[in-house]
Ligand binder design. Structure first.
Ligand SMILES: Cc1cc2nc3c(=O)[nH]c(=O)nc-3n(C[C@H](O)[C@H](O)[C@H](O)COP(=O)(O)OP(=O)(O)OC[C@H]3O[C@@H](n4cnc5c(N)ncnc54)[C@H](O)[C@@H]3O)c2cc1C
Length: 509
């Protein structure tokens, strides 16, 4: 830490991907950065669990929009490829239905079209071509004024649409994703497949706007595997942030944020009070709104920016020897009836029949996996259900029974201890209620409701999946750019007298 320099002190609460990316940018810009993280290591949701085959990813598995990370590393004078080994997956995902239908979608859209024609016929292939083009137009239109803009506005978005009026048709503004897909695909399996992309941002296809069909494009533009697992990306950014001078402290929970008449003045971590000029909060913004960091900062974000909540999940992470269908790196085993999954989820219940995502982590690198492989299985769940054996034990049993019906078994059979429940996520990410993607993306204007980097409290900023532009690894990293730019801009406009008054080392209460 560079005490005694004229740089101001920034405390970052949380070493999730957003906190780490912001730490790197800010430390590179010469700020005096201290990251305080309650967990024992970096990454937040991008974490691992120990297994017989080594650390297994227990959070995100699909790396999309790698350009966001190329940009992050370039911004600090580095090359992403010098720090992590990324391999593009030729197969985006392998999809299984219980009637034996199997469909691969490819990084090459032409190959996906041919595969859809082979499995579902030429009409479906034409419909896919139209859907792919439509979502590409939406993605390209909204990338700059929405995702990459620090403060998107209705006017800016409307202007983008008015420049290409056909986008109004593409957006289908008053339709849900499910309703739009009903019109786009005659084949129910393709409606089910593309409707599932709503869950990638924690929503349900019948509740999110048709506009979110553009989530497909994030994946269509390439999926990368990180050698050694996704967590390696967090480690690489952490290492660079340290190399730029950031101090990163683990097992350090921030319990309160102190405000003075001029805004934020200090953070409390246990018995320690750390004076600071600014705080960048990487926890769930709902923790602030609910007063978990003290009553002085509850007004930092409005309730409408953190409620209603997005989905949670039951997540298994384990090593085993698989038997059954030939797996790709990313596999989806569909439930028999989407309504039987999404109906209960909408009512806050754990569904009996659910689509299961199976990541075979060791198959992403083009190298044949060993006999014992690492797996992550994700089953969507509502946020904050009861954490009871009545909820969780049947869920564990149903997951593996369901995969067994597809012929997929694991030896040894993973036990319930390999599972993280929604309540487990709620405990690990305070204030989140176990929701993994922040505020729910339901409703046409949900994208504008998420809190921005600057909060209502001077000196307090937000970064991460709970803030604009939203959840997902690249989005959290984009939010870090927004936050770092806001903090650096505000530093320039802060009066020297305030900065002089605020600076100070560590004092112990
Ligand atoms: C099972 C699962 C699968 C996912 N799959 C994908 C995927 O395939 N692709 C994708 O792009 N995204 C995926 N996501 C979403 C993605 O992981 C997240 O959106 C992203 O990692 C969130 O990053 P973040 O910056 O918000 O920080 P988080 O990961 O939320 O981390 C926040 C950090 O802040 C710390 N913290 C909170 N409060 C305090 C406090 N008071 N004091 C100190 N520290 C504190 C926490 O301990 C945590 O380490 C998945 C998420 C999960 C859980």
């Amino acid at each position: 830490m560079r005490h005694g320099t004229d740089s101001e002190r920034i405390c970052i609460v949380g070493a999730g991907i957003g906190g780490l990316a912001a730490a790197l940018r800010l430390a590179h810009a010469g700020c005096d950065v201290t990251v305080l993280e309650r967990a024992a290591g970096p990454g937040g949701k991008m974490r691992t669990r120990p297994s017989a085959a080594g650390p297994v990813d227990a959070g995100p598995t699909v790396l999309t929009l790698r350009g966001v990370f190329d940009d992050l590393f370039a911004a600090v004078g580095e090359r992403l490829d010098d720090h992590v080994t990324l391999r593009a997956n030729p197969i985006l995902a392998r999809h299984f239905w219980s009637d034996g239908t199997r469909l691969d979608l490819h990084a090459d859209a032409t190959a996906s079209t041919a595969e859809i024609a082979r499995v579902f016929g030429t009409r479906s292939a034409h419909e896919f071509t139209a859907f792919h083009a439509r979502t590409a137009r939406l993605f390209d239109t909204f990338d700059a004024p929405m995702m990459r803009a620090a403060a998107p506005s209705r006017i800016g978005l409307a202007a983008a649409v008015l420049r290409q009026p056909r986008l109004l048709l593409d957006m289908a503004p008053h339709r849900s994703l499910a309703s739009m897909l009903d019109g786009a695909f005659a084949e129910p399996k393709l409606r089910q497949l593309f409707g599932r992309y709503a869950t990638y941002v924690g929503g349900l296809p019948q509740e999110v706007p048709a506009l979110l069909s553009l989530v497909w494009q994030a994946e269509a533009r390439g999926v990368w595997s990180v050698a050694g697992g996704m967590h390696g990306l967090a480690r690489a950014i952490e290492g660079l942030a340290r190399a730029r001078g950031a101090e990163i402290r683990y097992d350090t929970e921030v319990t309160a944020l102190d405000t003075g008449p001029d805004g934020l003045v200090a953070v409390h971590a246990g018995s320690e009070r750390i004076a600071t000029d600014r705080v960048l909060f990487n926890g769930d913004p709902r923790a602030l709104a609910r007063g978990l960091l003290g009553s002085g900062v509850t007004r930092a974000v409005p309730q409408s920016g953190v409620e209603p909540r997005s989905l949670s999940a039951h997540v298994h992470a384990f090593a085993a020897t698989p038997a059954g269908p030939d797996l790709a790196a990313h596999n989806v085993f569909f439930g028999d009836d989407p309504a039987a999954e999404f109906g209960p989820l909408a009512r806050g219940h754990v569904p009996e029949d659910a689509t299961l995502y199976v990541c075979a982590q060791d198959r992403g690198g083009g190298i044949p996996p060993g006999p014992v492989e690492r797996f992550e299985i994700i089953r969507n769940a509502p946020a904050a259900p009861a954490d009871t054996p009545e909820e969780n034990t049947p869920c564990h049993i149903r997951t593996f029974a369901r995969l067994g019906r597809f012929g997929l078994t694991f030896s040894p059979a993973p036990g319930p201890a390999t599972m993280t429940t929604p309540a487990g996520f709620a405990a690990d990410f305070p204030g989140s209620l176990g929701a993994l993607y922040g505020r729910s993306p339901a409703g046409l204007t949900a994208g504008l409701a998420r809190p921005r980097a600057r909060t209502a409290i001077r000196g307090l900023y937000l970064v991460g999946g709970g803030a604009h532009p939203g959840a997902g690894v690249p989005m959290a990293a984009l939010s870090a750019r927004h936050a770092a730019e806001a903090m650096l801009a505000d530093r320039c406009s802060t009066s020297p007298s305030r900065r002089a008054a605020m600076r100070g080392g560590t004092s112990t209460a």
